[in-house]
Design a binder for this molecule. Structure first.
Ligand SMILES: [Zn+2]
Length: 140
C-alpha cells in the first residue's frame, strides 16, 4: 500500500480499518467498519475508526460515497492502471504522448496485458514506453 504523505503513521486502529476495507468488496458505513473492527480489536473506539477513515480519504486511499443519499460508505480506491506512451522525434525532439484512454493504445495495451497474464501470470499496473523515430514533419 502506497501512502502519499510522509507523516502518515500506521497505528493499530488504522491497520485494522485498512485490513477490513481491503478484505471486503462492498461499500461499508463507518458503523459497519466499527462493528467488524471491534471483533478484531476490542478496545477500538468509534472515533478512532472514523478518524482513520477520514485520514485515508484525505490521503486518497479510500473513497467515500453516498449510496441513495443515505449514510456515507467507504471503500478502498481501485488502483487505476497507468499507461503512458511517448513518441519521440529524434530529429526535432518533439514528443507526442498517448495515455491509456486513447482507443488504439488501449487495444495495444490489452494485448500486452493478455500476454503478460497468460505467459507470466503477471498483472500490469504501469506501462511507460518511449518510441523513437521521426515525426510527421521530419520524416519527409
Ligand atoms: Zn520531428
Amino acid at each position: 500500500m502506497k501512502i502519499k504523505s510522509e507523516q502518515f503513521r500506521m497505528t493499530k486502529p488504522r491497520e485494522v480499518v485498512l485490513s477490513i476495507l481491503s478484505s471486503r468488496k462492498e461499500h461499508l458505513t463507518a458503523d459497519d467498519i466499527y462493528n467488524i473492527a471491534k471483533k478484531i480489536y476490542p478496545t477500538i473506539g468509534f472515533a478512532s475508526v472514523y478518524r482513520s477513515l477520514r485520514l485515508f480519504e484525505r490521503e486518497g486511499i479510500v473513497e467515500a460515497v453516498f449510496v441513495n443519499g443515505k449514510k456515507k460508505r467507504f471503500q478502498l480506491k481501485k488502483r487505476r492502471e497507468k499507461i503512458k506512451i511517448h513518441l519521440i522525434c529524434t530529429n526535432c525532439g518533439k514528443i507526442k504522448d498517448f495515455s491509456g484512454r486513447n482507443k488504439e493504445v488501449k487495444g495495444f495495451v490489452d494485448e500486452i496485458k493478455k500476454v503478460l497474464a497468460e505467459k507470466y501470470s503477471f498483472k500490469l499496473s504501469t506501462l511507460e514506453m518511449q518510441i523513437f523515430g521521426e515525426c510527421d514533419k521530419c520524416k519527409s
